[in-house]
Design a protein around this ligand. Structure first.
Ligand code: SAM
Length: 316
């Protein structure tokens, strides 16, 4: 795909299987099998790539079941590691494409997934790949595609924002992420978790926390607990926004300093010269200027952005 792609075709899989590969029957995501694979290949974890492999079949089943897959559906996995989740996805979906950045894992995946001809492994950085093209190429003819992944924590938000902002044709995004990030994504107005991430995610999706996951189900164990979150991608946003870029800039501006009122935060956004007009503008939207950004709903942000746009604010 990107020139660095390693095709892991069914033929490759067969060859590698015939070459005496480790049996692909046993579940990869168990403590013993994971340790065996790691020691067989002399694999060493790279903390910088967020490598924490899942070793709990129960959690793996929960992730796969939340994605509502069947033979007519495709699964795009980001960061397959040694294939614990990939193996389960291969059984649940019609086709699986797994994007892995670490080239040391490609031969391991080829070996471990030798008996799964419906899996394609793409070597690359998910943040740099043309995912629209990859989805079109890999999942043509299927009735829907979902992203299912145990995400590398160091890039969770950039990956999710890429999936959402590129408006990829996805049904669900079911991902294991840091618990605090999952809680922020699903947060409702009024709490300290609610912020620009909640609004961005809820603009594109309906979030649902699937389960909280203790750090003990990974090798190596991360320092924090995790959660599985299911994002059902909306056909269209729940609010009518005139200019998406302006809407998100308005949201960012209102959270610039969480302790400040929206009137104060917006003054920095529109410039001091327009300070006086902000009060009436907010009131015309039914928003008390002394409220804080964390209390405004998506609908109120949409109204506010539209009123600012109508007033030509901020000036270009
Ligand atoms: N799916 C496996 C599991 O559940 O056991 C591994 C999950 S591990 C948390 C994250 C994986 O993402 C690692 O295999 C890591 O090498 C890979 N990764 C990290 N950054 C990536 C990127 N930018 N693009 C693709 N894969 C990436």
């Amino acid at each position: 795909m990107d020139g660095s792609g390693v095709e892991d075709t069914a033929a490759d899989n067969k060859r590698s299987s015939q070459a005496g590969a480790m049996s692909a029957q046993a579940d990869v995501g168990t403590p013993k099998r994971t340790k065996d694979i790691i020691s067989k290949y002399g694999f060493s974890f790279k903390k910088s790539l967020g490598q924490n492999f899942l070793i709990d079949q129960n959690i793996l089943r929960k992730i796969v079941s939340a994605a509502e897959l069947d033979e007519s559906k495709g699964a795009l996995e980001i960061g397959p590691g040694i294939g614990a989740l990939t193996q389960q996805l291969a059984q649940a979906a019609g086709r699986v494409t797994a994007v892995e950045i670490d080239n040391r894992l490609i031969p391991i995946l080829r070996d471990v997934l030798a008996d799964a001809p419906n899996v394609h492994v793409e070597h690359g950085d998910v943040l740099k790949l043309d995912l629209e093209a990859l989805i079109a190429e890999q999942f043509a003819g299927l009735s829907g595609v979902s992203v299912v992944a145990n995400l590398p924590y160091y890039v969770t938000t950039p990956i999710l924002m890429k999936l959402l902002e590129e408006k990829l044709p996805l049904q669900h995004i079911v991902v294991m992420i840091q618990k605090e990030v999952a809680e922020r994504m699903a947060a409702k107005p009024g709490g300290k978790e609610y912020g620009s991430l909640s609004i961005a995610v809820q603009y594109y999706c309906v979030p649902e926390l699937v389960c909280i996951v203790p750090h003990t189900v990974f090798i190596p164990q991360p320092n924090v607990d995790s959660a599985v979150i299911k994002l059902t991608v909306r056909d269209k946003p729940p609010v009518d926004v005139a200019d998406e870029a302006h809407f998100f800039r308005t949201v960012q501006a209102c959270f610039a300093q969480r302790r400040k009122t929206i009137a104060n935060n917006l003054t920095a956004f529109v410039g001091k010269a327009h300070r006086e007009s902000l009060g009436p503008l907010l009131v015309s939207c039914g928003i008390d200027p002394s409220r804080r950004g964390e209390t405004l709903s998506l609908a109120e942000y949409a109204l506010l952005s539209r009123a600012l746009l109508d007033a030509g604010l901020p000036e270009a």
